[in-house]
Design a protein around this ligand. Sequence first.
Ligand SMILES: [Zn+2]
Ligand SMILES: [Zn+2]
Length: 293
Amino acid sequence: GTLPPSAASPAATSAAPSTSSPSQVRRYPRPRELCPCSQCGEVFTKADSLEQHQAVRHAVSELGPEDSGRNIVEIIFKSSWQKRDRPICHIDRILKVRNPPRTVARFEAYRDAVRARCRADAAGAGGATRAAADGNELLRFHPAALACELGADGSTSLCASCDDGDADGKSAAAACGVCAAIRHGFAPWAGAHPLGVRTTASSGRAHDVCGAEGPSAAAPGWRAMLVCRVIAGQVRRRDGDGEEGKEEAGPFDSVAGDDAGGAYGVLEELFVANPRAILPCFVVVYRVDVDAQ
Ligand SMILES: [Zn+2]
Ligand SMILES: [Zn+2]
């Protein structure tokens, strides 16, 4: 006899008896592999759906006081904060970004490409460079506005502004810069600077350049900063008066900012043109005394 239409639905697949004759088996869709989420147990029928779920719902995890990673980030943050006349800052939480494997692979592929090119350049110039060794990878700060309570009270989910349907993340970035950067990466509009995505060597500088955006509406007084791995590659330093460097020749992967005389040397600000060169690793949520008033 003929099967009712409902028997062909995926839900009926598991009910298919293994003793069915070949002609009957062919009437069913192929059994799918189920993909359960290791974090919450929710089950997906496609690996892509699971990856998407994890990228949004388990995007971050808070680092506890016993976590050595937390201490390292805190030291980097605080040690590069107090060099100028800044108010005292209080760190509320430090979140680790759980980048999807695909995002990490893309970042590493970019680093390998930069390294290979710089290695070829260095061989021609008769000297090895840092960029040829590891792509000139640096740990940098990126200022971003936080409009949600990411990571508060154990939450691990990006805010609703990152829901699907916003393919390039532009409107998400306008809504919540931190979540958009984690979900969509650092598209050229991030930071809206003509030279590319702005990164800073110090937390203090990142705070200053983010100052205009003010504290978030969702959690008044709390601010956020991303700590990122950045492939600086071949850096174009602009220490002459608009003159091209004498020894350095392109192509360049990043451009040093104008304030070459800053407390942190010529790379206090570094602009990276290719958004693939940046991988967000941690989010520091903090508050400064002046905000609390
Ligand atoms: Zn889950
Ligand atoms: Zn958010």
